[in-house]
Design a protein around this ligand. Structure first.
Ligand SMILES: [Zn+2]
Ligand SMILES: [Zn+2]
Ligand SMILES: [Zn+2]
Length: 326
C-alpha cells in the first residue's frame, strides 16, 4: 500500500490491491467462534458474553509498523501507508443490523468508538482517527456481519481539513462555532430537523450532498466525540441513531456513516498548527450519514459538484413521517 498526494487538491489517495472476504455465515470471519481465537484490541463488556469486539483488520489499508518514508518523485509526494486499521464487530449475531440493536447496544458501540479514538490519539504519529461504517453492498461493505472500522492516519483527511478551516474562519470572524450556529438556525426554522432526543438533533443539512443525508449533532458545544461533555447522555444519542437508521432503511438500502471529531493535537515537535489554537472553540464533533438511494446513486458519480434531486426540506419532512420504532 502506498499513499500519494494530489499536488493540486492536496488529497491523499491510497493505492494498492485488496482482497474482499466471503459473505455467508460459513465464510464470515466475524463469527464469535472465529473472532474469539484472534487477539482482541478491546472487548465490551469486558466480563461475560461480549457484544462488541475490536480486532486488527485482516486486510489492513494501513500498517502500524514501519516508517512513513515520506519521499518525493519529482514534484509529487508519496509515503508508506502507516497507520492503524481496526474492525469493530458490533454484535456476535450475524444477521442483526445496527437498526435492530437496542439503545443500550448502540450506546456500547458508541462507547467503543470513542474509546478507540482516544487510545489511538495517544500515538503522536497519528494526526487523525476516523470511525466509519459502510452498510449494504452498494456502500462497499466488506462483510454482511454488522461492523464498523477505525483507521488512524498520519494525515488529516481532506474533508476534515475543509471543515476545520471553514470552522476556524467562522470563529475568527464571529467568535462563535459554526456548528452551534447551524443548530440554532435549524431549530428556528425547524424544516430540516428529522428528530430530537434530549440535546441531540438529527437534521438534513441545508446543502445535502445526497438524498436523505443526515447529520447527528449535539446541541451543546464540544469538539471531541471521544470525550463527552460532563452530564451529556450518550444513551440519547444512541436512541437517536437507532431511530434515524430505522427511518433511513425504509428509503435507502445502504449508507455510509462517519464520525467527525477534532484531529489529534499531539505532535512530535510539541507545537500546534495555527488553526489548532482555537480548535476546542471552533470545531464541533458530529456524525454524518450518507445514504445510497438506488435509483439516484448517479448523484455520486458527479463528484465535482454534488447533484442531489431531493431537497433536504422534503427529505426531512418525509423521514419525519416514517416509523422510527420498527
Ligand atoms: Zn457473521
Ligand atoms: Zn459548537
Ligand atoms: Zn463533518
Amino acid at each position: 500500500m502506498e499513499l500519494r498526494k494530489d499536488p493540486i487538491t492536496q488529497s491523499w489517495v491510497i493505492l494498492g490491491q485488496r482482497e474482499i472476504l466471503g459473505e455467508s455465515v460459513e465464510e464470515c470471519p466475524l463469527e464469535p467462534g472465529k473472532v474469539d481465537k484472534l487477539p482482541s484490541i478491546l472487548t465490551w463488556p469486558a466480563e461475560g458474553a461480549w457484544q462488541v469486539r475490536v480486532l486488527a483488520h485482516p486486510e489492513p489499508l494501513y500498517h502500524v509498523e514501519g516508517e512513513p518514508g515520506r519521499s518525493a518523485e519529482g514534484m509529487y509526494d508519496k509515503m508508506g501507508a502507516i497507520g492503524a486499521h481496526e474492525v469493530v464487530v458490533e454484535t456476535p449475531a450475524h444477521e442483526k443490523r445496527m437498526s435492530q440493536f437496542s439503545d443500550e447496544e448502540i450506546e456500547r458501540v458508541l462507547w467503543v468508538w470513542a474509546s478507540r479514538i482516544a487510545d489511538l490519539k495517544k500515538d503522536a504519529r497519528f494526526k487523525y482517527v476516523s470511525v466509519f461504517k459502510n452498510q449494504g453492498a452498494m456502500a462497499g461493505e466488506e462483510w454482511a456481519h454488522a461492523h464498523s472500522q477505525v483507521t488512524a492516519t498520519i494525515f488529516v483527511p481532506r474533508r476534515i481539513k475543509y471543515e476545520l478551516s471553514a470552522a476556524h474562519e467562522w470563529f475568527k470572524d464571529k467568535e462563535r462555532c459554526i456548528f452551534c450556529d447551524t443548530v440554532k438556525q435549524e431549530e428556528k426554522q425547524g424544516k430540516r430537523i428529522v428528530d430530537v432526543q434530549g440535546e441531540y438533533y438529527a437534521l438534513c443539512p441545508y446543502a445535502s450532498r445526497v438524498p436523505y443525508e443526515i447529520w447527528l449533532v449535539h446541541r451543546r458545544h464540544n469538539h471531541l466525540f471521544e470525550q463527552p461533555r460532563p452530564g451529556s447522555n450518550r444513551r440519547q444519542l444512541a436512541a437517536l441513531l437507532g431511530r434515524v437508521l430505522r427511518r433511513l432503511e425504509k428509503v435507502a438500502p445502504a449508507f455510509h456513516l462517519v464520525v467527525h471529531t477534532a484531529p489529534s493535537t499531539k505532535s512530535k515537535k510539541g507545537e500546534l498548527a495555527g488553526y489548532w489554537k482555537t480548535l476546542a472553540e471552533d470545531y464541533h464533533w458530529h456524525i454524518e450519514i450518507l445514504p445510497i438511494v438506488e435509483k439516484r446513486s448517479k448523484s455520486y458519480s458527479i463528484k465535482e459538484v454534488y447533484f442531489n434531486a431531493e431537497l433536504p426540506e422534503q427529505a426531512a419532512a418525509q423521514l419525519r413521517t416514517l416509523d422510527p420504532n420498527s
